[in-house]
Write a protein that binds this ligand. Structure first.
Ligand code: ZN
Length: 136
């Protein structure tokens, strides 16, 4: 299965082998590069030993190629990328807060949510779910 993950602005491929390469910084200006596992739902983070991603900190993610901020302005605490898998285009989101495990994939057919922290972000995608509750 071919999976490409790329920048929403310059469309550069951010996946190298099993990893996504991203640049990030927190509000204290701690900055560096991370390798995130490119498999949706795998939340391993690899960094150089001199750079620690701090659990619970909110990070600003940048495209390492064009340096655009990848955090979605309309969806606080989510980072937005494009993914293409088997010819299908999907928007993929993950949390900008270190340690939060959530992946949301949206395409023309469905919204797919993965990870134990997904409930926190469902309201951005599935307002109808709210209404459905009252219809039972
Ligand atoms: Zn870019």
């Amino acid at each position: 299965m071919e999976r490409n993950i790329y920048c929403t602005v310059c469309r550069s491929q951010l996946r190298i082998g099993e990893y996504l390469v991203l640049s990030l910084k927190n509000r204290w200006n701690d900055k560096g590069l991370v390798l995130l596992n490119a498999e949706p739902g795998n939340y391993s983070v690899t960094t150089h030993s001199s750079f620690t991603v701090k659990e619970g900190e909110d990070y600003t993610f940048y495209c390492p190629v064009c340096h655009t901020v990848l955090n979605d302005k309309e969806k606080p605490h989510l980072v937005k990328l494009f993914m293409e898998e088997d010819g299908r285009s999907t928007v993929i989101y993950f949390s900008s807060i270190a340690g939060e495990k959530v992946t949301i994939m949206v395409n023309d057919r469905e919204v797919k949510e993965l990870g134990p922290d997904q409930a926190r972000y469902q309201r951005y995608f599935d307002l109808q779910e709210e209404y459905r509750k009252y219809l039972h």
